[in-house]
Design a binder for this molecule. Structure first.
Ligand code: BGC
Length: 806
């Protein structure tokens, strides 16, 4: 069953009912101001940091879980309705929500009135624009009252939801004309405020939630709206909101349009005040004036569309598979942008008050983002590297506003450092820009500790070399990629953090997964060394890689698949000898990608074992059989009920590893099959089972052992997005950036047929046609046959015509 349809021409998903199984959301904003918006206009917004600069309030564990957000009401006689269905929840005559690239629109009708709502964040400005257009399609004149509404959050989203004894006395506002300014805490240490305005004179406003709603009422039935009034209240303390009311008379056929703006302003500290207690509104007024007309709104909306046209023209495929085209050309790349912006910080499922930006998460998000805006990727790499410690280990997370490491969780996740090598290598492959390696980058953000980025990479690599266990395999620390495999922690009391409890690091527990990473990224590091002329270092790192490879072949192979780890007692994890958790997906993907045991056929066997034990209808599960009891020596992984999360769900992030791994051993069938199984567009028809959005990946899909097999959770913020881009665009379709230039190496099934890719790369445009005529002729560039896979780059050349014959 479906709840809408893809509109590829407009790059939208059109949702045709407000009653999706879960809120189906979208993201507004590119840099700075961000909003999350659901298919009933719910959600919240913030500036840079969803914890420290929350602008509007969101209630977790709410019922319905999507109430609040952007509140628009139309009062038509005795009927009050909302174009996004919520908050009024009045049955509509028609409803449509379209999520597009950085914007969301609603188009609904009730009793002859059509209303369109459009939401987006204009490029380069810290505000969200909302346009409400109303048309009278009936034969009678309509006297309507329109209401807007948002609820302010008192900035720090954690304090906002817990420190009521203070909060309920601190709310402060100013109202000037149609603009409501939220200035809580501005009187003391803050130098920022927010505003909500509309480009017309209003008939009234409310900023006191209790007055607007009326005693005992909720957003679906505000008493003011019901009575067609506004109280012109200026709240003091309690619950500040912002609501406008506008009376409008529409003759038959008449249309009116209003542009609302929700903005965020920072003021230099010495210019905070206009006069005593009155905030400096100059910068706000400038921003308000910039978007105060339909024309300005439309120009900004067009600029946003042009921006996306341009981004999505960098990689474009045309194949006979409509779903592949749709996902590659639109939604995979879009999701990558969202994960680049958010990491795992803010969604409907990631509260925005938790973990900020993850080190490994952000590094991996970059792998799929690199081609879109390499300059921003470069800045991000430097930010991430700046939370590394001098010994090469790293903080596990950092706060987006401060860019400082999160001391509550600290470091000790031994895979983290290697991801820095992964993303930097990908950056250089994309851009050829090695100057990034010279960039002075601090350790732990300490001024004066700056060393060239290359030194950070070196310390990352050496961290693994210097932290190996009894089998010569890398020590795992608190956990590796799988945050829930806690082999050193031994937590027995509820409420303790599984990762940081106890010693958390030990001299015995080893990770075969990190071994795979080291072999793969050690080679990539050595390639960079060669590329910048550090030949001796390249050789010595390759020798280290060889050692770990040999150790993995000897001690990390279980006969039919790769082991997962050795625990703190030196016992095997992920072995046929284990009762539960016999096989894990991660090392099969990573060790095969790394080419470990290639000559011995390990990769093919490992992937066959995945198909034998872990493949289900929607992807590949993370492990089997699931743990049925809590194992203190394994940690959080065994805390989940079987089939969920890291205990046997499809943890979608690692599925593309296996698809890429299949291409490494030349198995096109498996590569494409794995890609398709969990790909959202391929699951659209079972949306009632899958439940999350069919246009983006979710973090997990419950496995066969789960009570709700096939049900997905935690949509949007998953590293799957980036890895899938790497998988389908580079490994399968075969357009691969390398240090030396663009390389063409498809791994596609016969059935996939011919296809073409347009790729913009290092300042040139490549028109690539892959032709499956059975000739096996390989690469032809501008009519001339070329040996191998690399397109020879010609200085100053702007266009390449490329054929690749299979
Ligand atoms: C975390 C990742 C981790 C994954 C698997 C995600 O929630 O953000 O860092 O690799 O879970 O445990």
């Amino acid at each position: 069953m479906k709840y809408g349809f893809f509109d590829d021409a407009n790059r939208e998903y059109c949702i045709t009912t407000p009653f999706t199984p879960l809120p189906w959301i979208n993201y507004l904003g590119n840099d700075g101001f961000f909003g999350l918006i659901s298919n009933t206009a719910g959600g919240y917004c913030f500036y840079r940091d969803a914890k420290l600069r929350r602008i509007t309030r969101y209630r977790y564990n709410n019922i319905p879980n999507d109430i609040g957000g952007r509140l628009y009401y139309i009062k038509d006689g005795n009927t009050v309705w909302s174009p996004a269905y919520r908050p009024a929840e009045t049955e509509l005559d028609s409803y449509e929500c379209r999520h597009g690239m950085g914007y969301t629109t609603f188009n609904s009708t009730k009793d002859g009135v059509n209303a369109k709502l459009t939401f987006f964040v204009p490029l380069g400005d810290a505000c969200e624009l909302h346009r409400l257009e109303v048309v009278n399609n009936s034969n009678e004149t309509k006297d309507l009252t329109l209401y807007s509404g948002i609820e302010w959050c008192l900035w720090n989203a954690v304090d906002d939801s817990q420190n009521y004894q203070r909060n309920l006395s601190i709310g402060e506002l100013e109202v000037i004309g149609s603009t409501i300014y939220h200035k809580t805490e501005y009187r003391e240490r803050r130098n920022h405020y927010a505003f909500f305005t509309v480009n017309t004179e209003v008939d009234g406003f409310d900023t006191d939630r209790d007055v607007f709603l009326g005693a005992g009422r909720a957003w679906n039935k505000p008493v003011q709206v019901e009575n067609g009034k506004s109280g012109n209240t200026v709240a003091s303390g309690w619950y500040p909101i912002a609501s406008h009311s506008i009376k409008v008379t529409l003759a038959p056929g008449e249309k009116k349009s209003y542009v609302f703006q929700l903005g965020y302003i920072e003021v230099p500290r010495d210019q905070k005040w206009e006069s005593k207690g009155i905030i400096n509104k100059k910068p706000a007024v400038e921003l308000i004036n910039k978007y105060n007309s339909d024309a300005a709104f439309e120009a900004a909306f067009k600029a946003l569309k042009d921006y996306w046209d341009n981004l999505l023209s960098i990689y474009h495929v045309e194949s006979k598979d409509e779903k592949v085209n749709r996902m590659v050309n639109i939604w995979h790349q879009y999701q990558v942008m969202v994960t680049f912006n958010m990491s795992r910080s803010a969604s409907y499922w990631e509260t925005g008050i938790g973990r900020g930006m993850g080190f490994r998460d952000s590094c991996q998000d970059l792998l799929g983002f690199m081609h879109l805006i390499p300059e921003r990727a470069r800045d991000r790499i430097i930010d991430i590297a700046s939370i590394q410690f001098e010994n090469g280990s790293t903080y596990h997370q950092y706060q987006p506003l401060t860019k400082r490491g999160n001391a509550d969780i600290g470091g000790g996740f031994n895979d983290d450092p290697l991801w820095l090598v992964a993303c930097t290598a990908a950056y250089i492959r994309e851009t050829g820009d090695t100057t990034i390696l010279d960039h002075p980058t601090p350790f732990n953000n300490v001024e004066g500790s700056e060393k060239p980025l290359m030194e950070h990479l070196r310390r990352s690599i050496n961290f693994t070399i210097n932290n190996k266990g009894p089998h010569g395999l890398p020590l795992i620390g608190r956990a590796d990629w799988n945050d829930c495999l806690n082999l050193n922690c031994f937590s027995e009391e509820p409420g303790e953090s599984f990762q940081t409890f106890g010693p958390s690091e030990g001299p015995v527990a080893e990770s075969v997964f990190i071994a795979g990473m080291f072999v793969k990224y050690g080679k990539e590091y050595a390639d960079i060394c060669d590329y910048v002329g550090l030949k001796d270092e390249a050789d010595s790192i390759r020798a280290e890689v060889e050692k770990v490879k040999t150790a993995t072949e000897e001690f990390g192979w279980d006969g039919e698949w790769f082991l997962r780890a050795y625990d703190a007692y030196g016992n095997k994890v992920g072995s046929n000898e284990c009762e539960e958790g016999k096989i894990f997906i991660e090392p099969q993907g990573f060790c095969t990608m790394a080419g470990i045991g290639q000559e011995k056929g390990f990769g093919a066997k490992a992937l066959d074992s995945l198909y034998k034990y872990l493949v289900n209808d929607y992807g590949i599960e993370i492990l089997a059989p699931c743990y049925t009891t809590y194992h203190v020596e394994l940690g959080e992984i065994s805390s989940y009920p079987p089939g969920y999360k890291e205990n046997g769900a499809i943890f979608t992030h690692n599925n593309p590893w296996c698809s890429v791994a299949a291409t490494v051993i030349g198995d096109a069938e498996k590569a494409f099959d794995i890609y398709k199984r969990s790909c959202p567009a391929f699951l659209e028809d079972v949306s009632e089972i899958h439940r999350t959005e069919p246009y983006v990946y979710s973090q997990m899909i419950a496995g066969r052992a789960a009570v709700h097999y096939g049900e997905a959770k935690n949509s949007f913020l998953t590293g799957t997005a980036a890895w899938v881009v790497v998988d389908i665009t580079q490994a399968i379709l075969g357009v691969q950036p390398t240090l030396q230039g663009l390389s063409i190496k498809p791994c596609v099934t016969k059935d996939f047929g011919n296809y073409s890719v347009v790729r913009k790369y290092r300042g040139a445009k490549y028109d690539i046609n892959v032709i499956q005529d059975g000739s096996g002729k390989g690469l032809v560039v501008d009519g001339a046959a070329v040996e191998g896979n690399l397109i020879p780059a010609v200085e100053g050349k702007k266009e390449y015509k490329v054929e690749f014959y299979i």
